[in-house]
Design a binder for this molecule. Structure first.
Ligand code: ADP
Length: 444
């Protein structure tokens, strides 16, 4: 063995100490050997220096081995320790091992081979114990770290829940505010529009050319503002799940023609031909005509707004599976594919800058997207920047219970046919009761 080991022999018998020393020398152990004859000296030696191994006589005169072991343990002095026992002491040696000794060897078996074997084995066992203790300590620390992190995660989760709750509350308040404000603003706006219309009638006196021009501007701006207010109001109702459908059977071609006629002046103002192609065989649908009109107005006003030259087309046609398509095409600025999804989100516009060329709330497509979904329909968009856009709405001819029921529960079930009408949220319950119930049975 090349390694020098520091060994302490604790024995009150000079002859026994010599036997250990001789055996170690004979075994060729490279060592620094210290010898003491009682427990007190052993304790002070171990307190002041480190040893690789201690050979301890079980029977010390002043103090037995067990007391020394306890003393070492309470002072947290750790060292590989081999107890040397006399005849019949084996039982006590087991006790000492329980108290912290590494191994024991009967004095009668002391020989160079046995001693060197027990020496290295004690050192190895001790080193293994140290490593296990170290690993345990590291495990304990990681366990504590995990508990700390877990607590931190729980705390963060609670904070997120709290923030979520606050956000939901803020969003609810925002929707409420939007709904109240737009509703309140509509009343004076209706008065402005109404009185401007009255002023333009000749029976209330002739206005000068300049005055007519000014009143017309008030009227047009009032109408535009009312449309914006209606968009905000619809959006907040949709968000709150309180936008109701008033369903009926009607001629969709008539609604489309009327809407196109209303929008024609806007297209004319930009010199844009507004063409309609209607290929419907059966024009009857079961839906809410006001909402169908709203969808078309939105698509048409966008088409007109975003087109500087060319044409606008409206096409209506039958689709398989009893569905109907309403298509609006334009030759306008077009939309890049990366914006296809985004423009259907509320307040999203391709140009989000304050100085943008085209005005608007950014709510139109979000609203019609929700409306079309509620009708059980789909919107398809095809567009090329600089070439134009095509918005295609596919709708079931008859909107179904599941789509409408989300808005207003059916109030009459008639055999196989489900007849229902949505209630106006602003209608009082007595008015609602007196409203006509259901529709004549009609095959669509
Ligand atoms: P708004 O028209 O009030 O800005 P919309 O929700 O109706 O809001 O439309 C969102 C955005 O989608 C528009 O700002 C525009 O960038 C784009 N967009 C909609 N329709 C068209 C169209 N026909 N041509 C080009 N861009 C369009």
């Amino acid at each position: 063995m090349e390694q020098t080991v520091k060994i302490l022999v604790v024995d009150d018998d000079e002859v026994d100490r010599m036997a250990v020393r001789d055996a170690l020398v004979k075994a060729g152990v490279h060592m620094e050997l210290s010898e003491v004859s009682d427990g007190n000296d052993a304790f002070s030696a171990l307190s002041t220096a480190t040893f690789d191994c201690v050979f301890l006589d079980y029977h010390l005169l002043a103090q037995d081995g067990l007391t020394l072991l306890q003393q070492l343990r309470s002072s947290e002095i750790k060292v590989p320790l081999v107890v040397l026992t006399g005849e019949g002491d084996e039982q006590n040696a087991v006790q000492l091992i329980k108290a912290g000794a590494t191994d024991y060897l009967s004095k009668s078996r002391i020989s160079p081979e046995n001693l060197v074997q027990v020496l290295w084995s004690a050192i190895r066992v001790y080193q293994a114990e140290v490593q296990v203790a170290l690993a345990n300590e590291q495990l304990r620390e990681s366990h504590e770290e995990l508990i700390r992190k877990n607590q931190e995660l729980e705390r963060q989760q609670q904070q997120i829940q709290m923030q979520n709750f606050k956000l939901l509350e803020a969003s609810r308040l925002k929707s409420h505010f939007l709904a109240t404000m737009s509703h309140e603003l509509r009343t004076p706006m209706s008065a402005i529009i109404g009185f401007s219309q009255v002023l333009l009638r000749p029976k209330f006196g002739q206005l000068t050319h300049q005055q007519t021009d000014m009143v017309e501007r008030i009227l047009n701006n009032g109408k535009h503002l009312l449309m914006l207010l209606n968009e905000v109001l619809d959006f907040s109702k949709l968000e709150a799940g309180r936008l109701y459908f008033k369903t009926e059977i009607f001629d969709v071609s008539k609604v489309i023609n009327l809407t196109v006629a209303e929008m024609r002046s806007l297209a004319d103002a930009k010199n844009l031909p507004l063409l309609v192609q209607n290929d419907l065989q059966n024009a009857l649908v079961f839906n809410d005509p006001v909402r169908i009109k709203q969808v078309l107005i939105n698509l048409l006003s966008n088409a007109i707004k975003f087109t500087e030259s060319g044409e606008i087309w409206v096409e209506v046609k039958e689709l398989p599976a009893n569905r109907v398509a309403i298509i609006v095409r334009d030759t306008g600025i077009g939309i890049a594919p990366r914006d296809f999804k985004r423009i259907f989100e509320a307040f999203r516009q391709v140009d989000q800058t304050i100085t943008r060329k085209y005005p608007g709330t950014g709510l139109g497509l979000a609203i019609i997207d929700s409306l079309v979904r509620m009708m059980g329909g789909k919107i398809f968009l095809e567009s090329k920047v600089g070439i134009g856009s095509m918005f295609k709405i596919e709708l079931p001819r008859q909107i179904t219970l599941s789509t409408v029921a989300a808005n207003a529960p059916p109030f009459q079930l008639d055999g196989d046919e489900i007849l229902y009408s949505a209630q106006n949220p602003h209608q009082s319950s007595s008015q609602a009761k007196s409203a006509p119930i259901g529709y004549p049975k009609f095959k669509l």
